[in-house]
Design a protein around this ligand. Structure first.
Ligand code: B12
Length: 330
């Protein structure tokens, strides 16, 4: 979002995140409010891009997890300070904003919740990782205008779909959002659910007279997906056998097991929505992360070969793996 006043404060805000300077960051945000910048612009034009930048620094191994956590805490405090300063009375219906089960990226959903609140909606924010049965009983009890579900990781899409289906059975309309549904929302379309790119789009969607469910592009493929889930542990074991683990430290072995889990989960999610680009985007992201940590990428290619060999009866998964392995081998 282009706003010269916000843009000029952005470097100061990043510096405060880098210094974990909570007070400084709050001062930067409140000074913008004082200068007449609307609160939603402070949240979406300052805090949101700064958090994306934090993610880039982490991915490129320029920042540790501790630095990311410190910065995120500061941004959470800034969101709270802005929200406490501007407190419009709700003039619109109640909506519930929640992160799906296993989804710990609460801050993106919180930003959405606050912007909707600024827009007059009566927002209940349920935060990170809400188990579906609990979410469903909450919806039954409060019968809101809609439930907005956040998902930041594409590999969680199969879980997201089950939660969406559970919410739909309550007759409360569902709107989804977050990076997990693809930058253009294409995986939300695959799952046949209404998607909003950001909080403003969500507010417009909520105000539409009928919040009808979008129609699915095509049916998701549950059979090959289920087979992949059943083979998950075996695939990870086979890949570990292929690697020369004798040279790995215990911490490196742990990280490798976690990475192999992400590979299988992303492959399964790609099969689920039948879209090779989901796995392709994951592999290119993982290549950046691993290369910046000096992990030789051909070792990842080796694990793809082993998995593709085991997945002879899984045409989609095998095809996705083979395509993704090519640049890694090079
Ligand atoms: C902070 C952070 C964390 C924190 C979250 C704490 C918290 N309180 O939120 C913690 C440490 C928990 C975390 C964990 C992980 N994270 Co993280 N995280 C981030 C980070 C740096 C910032 C998140 C944020 O605040 N973003 C700011 C908002 C504004 O982002 P946004 O998605 O653009 O949101 C806008 C829209 O998408 C939309 N939107 C978002 N949600 C919703 C919801 C609805 C309903 C609607 C309508 C719209 C909407 O509106 C928003 C405002 O415009 C991001 C980087 C990033 N680019 O986001 C990584 C990032 C999302 N994380 C990432 C990863 C890999 C992980 C882990 C797997 C790391 C690990 N190895 O453990 C785990 C997974 C945990 C889990 N299962 O959920 C990757 C994901 C990469 C990928 N390709 O999938 C990212 C992109 C970092 C990176 N650059 O590599 N993370």
């Amino acid at each position: 979002m282009l706003d010269p006043t916000v843009d000029s404060a952005y470097p100061d805000y990043l510096r405060c995140l880098d210094d974990a300077d909570e007070h400084g960051a709050i001062d930067v945000a409140l000074a913008l409010l004082d200068a007449g910048v609307p609160a939603d612009r402070v949240l979406l034009g300052l805090v949101a891009p700064a958090q994306a930048q934090v993610g880039e620094w982490w991915a490129r191994n320029e920042w540790s997890v501790a630095q990311e956590h410190a910065a995120t805490h500061v941004s959470e405090r800034v969101v709270a300070a802005v929200a406490a300063t501007v407190r419009p009375r709700p003039s619109r219906e109640r909506v519930v904003v929640a992160c799906l089960d296993g989804e710990w990226h609460a801050l993106p959903a919180r930003l959405v919740a606050e912007v909707l609140r600024l827009d007059g909606w009566d927002v209940t924010f349920l935060g990170a990782s809400v188990p579906s049965p609990h979410l469903v009983s909450y919806l039954h009890r409060h019968d809101p205008r809609a439930v907005l579900l956040a998902c930041a990781l594409p590999m969680r899409l199969p879980h997201a779909f089950r939660a969406i289906e559970a919410c739909r059975r309550t007759d409360v309309p569902v709107v989804v959002g977050g990076r997990g549904f693809g930058s253009d929302g294409r995986w939300a379309r695959k799952l046949g659910v209404a998607w909003a790119a950001d909080a403003r789009a969500a507010s417009t969607l909520l105000a539409a007279p009928s919040l009808d469910v979008a129609t699915a592009d095509s049916l998701v493929d549950d059979t090959e997906y289920a087979g992949l889930v059943a083979a998950r542990v075996e695939l990870i074991d086979l890949a570990l056998e292929r690697l020369d683990l004798g040279r790995y430290s215990p911490a490196q072995i742990d990280a490798t097991v976690a990475d192999l889990g992400y590979i299988v989960d992303s492959l399964a999610a790609a099969v689920y929505v039948d879209d090779a680009s989901l796995f392709g985007e994951f592999v290119s992201w993982m290549s950046t992360v691993l290369a910046s940590r000096r992990v030789p990428l051909h070792t990842v290619g080796l694990t793809f070969d082993v998995m593709a060999d085991r997945l002879r009866d899984f045409p989609r998964a095998r095809g996705f793996l083979q395509v993704a392995a090519l640049p890694l081998a090079a």
